[in-house]
Design a binder for this molecule. Structure first.
Ligand SMILES: [Zn+2]
Length: 142
């Protein structure tokens, strides 16, 4: 018997990209900006699915930050060409490199979990609050 509706992969991906718990959809998961609980308080899903799982979130954060650094440099040079002011562009780039990873930390982490769940589907025992008892229950909802 299922206590809650079983989410599809698409639902879990959407929830993760919008900073909700992928299996149950609970929002406001972070108590403080940089600190996430180990488990979802609603469904019990463990956010670090395996040791070292959070490295993927750092990868997401790095890709976004470097993308914004490239955009900052290209726009800075394009707007000011031919008299490119190196120091202001460098200062803005340093600010981007410091602020962006902190600003997107919870989003990057939940996005990574959502992406991981599309590649390595939820197992019945991972979210006890959903009441999923058999793998077949999940396979019917993909
Ligand atoms: Zn949850």
């Amino acid at each position: 018997m299922n206590a809650r509706p079983i989410p599809t992969r698409t639902q879990m991906f959407w929830r993760g990209t919008t900073r909700a718990c992928p299996p149950c959809g609970r929002r406001r998961l972070t108590r403080r900006w940089l600190v996430m609980p180990e488990h979802c308080p609603q469904c019990g899903f463990k956010f670090e699915r395996a040791p070292g799982h959070n490295v993927g979130a750092i990868g997401v954060s790095t890709v976004v930050t470097f993308g914004l650094l490239i955009i900052t440099a290209v726009v800075g040079v394009a707007v000011t060409f031919p008299d490119v002011p190196f120091l202001p562009i460098a200062a803005i780039s340093v600010a981007v490199a410091i602020i962006v990873p902190i600003a997107i930390h919870p989003t990057a982490k939940l996005f990574w979990i959502a992406l991981d769940l599309t590649l390595d589907p939820l197992r019945p025992d991972e979210a006890p609050g959903l009441g999923i008892e058999r793998r077949e229950d999940l396979e019917d909802h993909r």
